[in-house]
Design a protein around this ligand. Sequence first.
Ligand code: PEP
Length: 248
Amino acid sequence: MRRILVAANWKMNGDLESLTALAQGFKQQIDRSKVDVAVFAPFVYLPMLQQQFAGSGIAFGGQNAHTQPKGAFTGEISLSMLKEFGSTHVLVGHSERRTLFAEDDALVAEKTALAIEAGVVPVVCIGETLEERESGVTEQVVAKQIQAVIDRIGASALAKTVIAYEPVWAIGTGKTASADQAQAVHAFIRSMVAKLDADVASALTILYGGSVKAASAAELFGQPDIDGGLVGGASLDLQEFVGICSAV
Ligand code: PEP
């Protein structure tokens, strides 16, 4: 039985005071008996989360990591640095990284492999653009993104990942995919993995991301192949995020 995971992606938002208050709110107000929670924070706030979430069972991590363990990579951060401050998870291949920072499928696959090697759970983000959806190639796009990861790590290592299906047209736009649209792609992803490894496919956590709100969460999370959400904007609002977690 897969547990629901709700992950917050704070992106480059907030400040020490507001994010500390949010972290405290998450800790105090989310009933974790039915839901796992992870928070992806700007790097500089990881020590704060390490302190706030100590003993709470709430996981956290960085929104990106470099492929190299150390060296002359000004402005970058390594997986071991993230781990030093308690990160157990890392976002990989978020659509903003793919489009704004030119991360391609091969780099995303490499980062996924390195995170697994480092013992950090990669939350691998995939999804189609509006143009791709309208051209009817959603499944091909998603399949190609996943295949690149499988080619690098093998199907059985997907057991050490979380997949986040995030249609690009739904991220930060207020347009959520309908529960049926999201379920169809999640089922496609699971069936693709099942052809290679049925056990891994049935245990694989596949999150939906794209303008998830408290009002839409219950229907989305009620779908058979949707195992929770990756939440951007609404994760900066304590009541919305708590509402999303209680929709489980
Ligand atoms: C995201 O950034 O991963 C995301 C899904 O953002 P939002 O919830 O704001 O659409």
